[in-house]
Write a protein that binds this ligand. Structure first.
Ligand code: MN
Length: 193
C-alpha cells in the first residue's frame, strides 16, 4: 500500500519535471528548523564502483558510509558499509554529474531521504564512537528499524548495515531494483545529463 502510494507520487512528480520546468534541485521537504528530527539521505553513486552513500545527520554533519550493494529491507541481509568522510548538510540534495578527474567522478542521484530517530540507549554521536547505531528511518522508500555495527576499525573502517525484524521488514520489495529513481527528480542514474 505505502509503496504504491509512493510510486504514484513519484509519477506525478516526474510528469511535472518533464513538462519543461527547470531541472534545479527541488527544495527540501523539511527545512532545518521546521523539524527537529535529524535527517538521513541515501545517494546512488556510479563512481569507479557503483555504490550507495548512506548518510545520517549527526552533530550538524552527514556521517557517511559507502554501501556497495545498497540497503536491504530483508533482516537476514548483512550489507557491508565502509565508513567514508563526513559531508556537509548541504550535500543532502546534491544530484548530478561529478566531472572526470574529480574525487568521486561519476553520476549521483538522491535515492532516498527523510528523517530518523535514534533508538539506541546512547546519544547518537556517542553511539557512533562506540561503533553501534540503532535507529528508525522515516524515508520515502525505506522505513523502520536498522542497525549499523562496526566490525573493523582503523583506516579502512567497516560496518554492517542490517534491517531489523519489524513490520517494515519485507522480503519481496527489493527497492534497490524496483525503485531505482531519484526521490528528488524521478530520474534514474542513466537519465542524468
Ligand atoms: Mn560515493
Amino acid at each position: 500500500m505505502a509503496g504504491y502510494a509512493v510510486g504514484m507520487a513519484l509519477k506525478e512528480y516526474r510528469g511535472k519535471r518533464r513538462s519543461g520546468r527547470s531541472p534545479e534541485p527541488a527544495g527540501r521537504t523539511l527545512r532545518r528548523g521546521q523539524s527537529k528530527a535529524p535527517r538521513f539521505v541515501i545517494q546512488h553513486h556510479a563512481a569507479s564502483t557503483d555504490h550507495y552513500d548512506f548518510r545520517l545527520e549527526i552533530d550538524g554533519v552527514l556521517a557517511s558510509w559507502a554501501v556497495p550493494k545498497g540497503p536491504s529491507t530483508i533482516p537476514k541481509d548483512k550489507r557491508m558499509a565502509r565508513r567514508t568522510e563526513d559531508h556537509p548538510m548541504e550535500y543532502e540534495d546534491f544530484e548530478g554529474i561529478i566531472p572526470e578527474g574529480e574525487y568521486g567522478a561519476g553520476r549521483v542521484i538522491v535515492w532516498d531521504r527523510g528523517t530518523y530517530t535514534n533508538e539506541g540507549k546512547h546519544d547518537i554521536a556517542d553511539a557512533l564512537k562506540r561503533g553501534h547505531l540503532s535507529f528508525r528511518l522515516d524515508g520515502e522508500k525505506l522505513r523502520g528499524g536498522y542497525a549499523l555495527t562496526r566490525f573493523r576499525r582503523g583506516k579502512d573502517e567497516a560496518w554492517l548495515l542490517v534491517k531489523k525484524s519489524d513490520e517494515d521488514a519485507d522480503a519481496r520489495r527489493k527497492p534497490i531494483r524496483s525503485q531505482p529513481e531519484s526521490v528528488l527528480s524521478g530520474r534514474t542514474l542513466d537519465e542524468l545529463s
